[in-house]
Design a protein around this ligand. Structure first.
Ligand code: FAD
Length: 457
């Protein structure tokens, strides 16, 4: 009989933070020291910053899906599913597997890294009609959808329908929205040459944001430079504006304009995964409030990081918390692994401190703006820094090779604008992709764990 006496470390989420943590734990702990388990609905780590390039067809989806089983050295047990609740008192994580079974996973240490979901507001029609860009499926779906609008516009005889199919609205002037608008505009600009009956002048992209500036984190000069590049390429930018209403065939802006469109892309920020709400613990704007060493105060063995946690930003000071970026998530992942090991071995944990390295924004082709270590770059040097940074941050050699090959192939041969149709049979809006109703309430978690405990006795 195999009696497990090793401490159980459970990591929730296989994103930047979770995978970095697991790999470090595997390297630094002997198999006899702890049992490692990872809960994740996907069998890969998604390199999210390159998602706009998948949506625009520069990269294939597989190239940014980094396998969790690439090496025989990976010894962590993987539970394929999503955590739907955590009972901090009983130290049990409730999981729904991808087969739909409910599994209770006890732990001694838990590392919460489930990331974030798209932030939406109570705007009529939004979740029914908007597309998000947070998953590989969404990127693939969006690409097919945009190409299908060109196909349908080309085939239709009604000028009003054609015009509406060729207008596209992106909400969110942060780096995700700006890159998405820029990359997809390039896609339609290049694709329309293959549709001789379509008037390229009918294709209109709108990028809107309620904030007064595009990507304020870039600073005044670079933000303006990005804006100029996009405007030159024909993207209409409206700042201080949001969506008042979304419909299947038109979108109403808060300034009263009604834009006929079948494509509303919503990238207006993120909120912590709903899993955090199941803990019944203190949050800061939805993110779990943790100490600088990423421990949850008052709960031994509970750590949280990445987009789902409000980790104090000691490099900035005051009450700042680390922004939800891959840059922080990845480094926090490594750091939290060291702190879990320290806790396990009875040593003191260390606070997380990281000086922001800056921002890179790929606007497609040779257009880019970057601010590495405070230096402001645009054009080719910015693009080289942007691609170089992402390329070096990809975890595996095979992912690096796939991405580089895709970049080269795209630069030489361009795109064939093929719709895959894999998901054509199902709708693909925000509501369909984010599974927000999968989670339990804190009371349901507790009741479930107590019931399971009674049944086991
Ligand atoms: C389009 C786009 C562009 C971006 N560009 C940049 C950029 O240029 N630079 C930058 O620094 N950041 C960028 N970001 C932000 C960056 O990707 C995130 O900050 C980063 O991914 C956060 O890491 P994480 O590990 O917290 O979450 P994620 O990487 O999102 O990982 C979370 C993981 O948890 C899993 N999960 C979710 N719920 C559950 C659950 N209930 N149970 C188990 N597993 C779960 C998910 O499947 C996922 O694998 C971008 C984001 C987007 C969407």
């Amino acid at each position: 009989m195999d009696i497990v006496t090793r401490p159980r470390i459970l990591v929730v989420g296989a994103g930047f933070a979770g995978v970095e943590c697991v790999r470090r734990l595997e390297r630094r702990l002997t198999p006899g020291e702890a049992e490692l388990t990872l809960v994740t609905p996907m069998s890969y780590q998604l390199y999210l910053p390159l998602l706009p390039q998948v949506a625009s067809g520069v990269l294939t989806p597989q190239s940014i899906a980094i396998s969790l089983r690439r090496s025989e050295k990976y010894r962590t047990r993987i539970i394929p599913g999503g955590a739907i609740g955590v009972d901090l008192r009983a130290k049990v994580c409730v999981i729904r597997t991808i087969a739909g079974d409910i599994v209770d996973e006890p732990y001694d240490y838990i590392v919460l890294a489930p990331g974030s979901v798209t932030r939406t507001f109570d705007i009529p029609g939004l979740t029914d009609h908007a597309f998000g860009l947070k998953s590989l499926a969404e990127a693939a779906y969006l690409r097919d959808h945009v190409i299908s609008q060109l196909d349908l516009a080309d085939a239709c005889t009604d000028p009003a329908e054609r015009a509406s199919r060729l207008q596209f609205v992106v909400v969110g002037g942060g780096y995700a929205g700006t890159e998405t608008a820029a990359c997809l505009q390039r896609l339609t600009h290049a694709a329309v040459k293959r549709y001789p009956r379509l008037d390229p002048g009918l294709i209109k992209w709108h990028l809107i944001d309620i904030a007064p500036k595009l990507m304020p984190e870039l600073g005044e000069k670079l933000g303006r430079s990005a804006q100029e590049i996009l405007t030159r390429r024909g993207i209409e930018i409206s700042l201080g504006v949001s969506i008042a209403k979304a419909g299947a065939e038109e979108v109403t802006f808060t300034d009263g304009r009604v834009v006929p469109t079948r494509t509303l892309i919503w990238t207006a920020g993120v909120v912590a995964s709903p899993l955090i709400g199941t803990l019944d613990a203190e949050t800061v704007r939805g993110r779990l409030a943790v100490n600088a060493d990423m421990r949850l105060p008052g709960h031994d063995g509970v750590f949280a990081l990445g987009d789902s946690a409000a980790v104090p930003d000691l490099a900035k000071g005051d009450d700042a918390v680390c922004p939800p970026t891959a840059q922080h998530a990845l480094r926090q992942g490594r750091h939290v692994a060291e702190n879990v090991i320290a806790a396990l071995r009875g040593r003191p944990t260390r606070p997380y401190v990281h000086q922001d390295l800056g921002l890179v924004v790929d606007l497609g082709g040779t257009d880019a703006v970057s601010k590495p270590l405070g230096y402001e770059l645009h054009g080719l040097p910015a693009q080289a820094v942007a691609r170089g940074y992402h390329w070096s941050a990809l975890r595996t050699g095979v992912a690096k090779t796939r991405v580089m090959t895709n970049w080269l192939l795209n630069a030489v041969a361009g795109d064939d604008f093929v719709r895959t149709g894999f998901q054509a049979h199902r709708p693909g809006n925000l509501r369909d992709f984010e599974y927000l109703d999968a989670y339990l309430t804190p009371e349901q978690v507790r009741a479930h764990v107590e019931e399971a405990g009674r049944a086991a006795r």
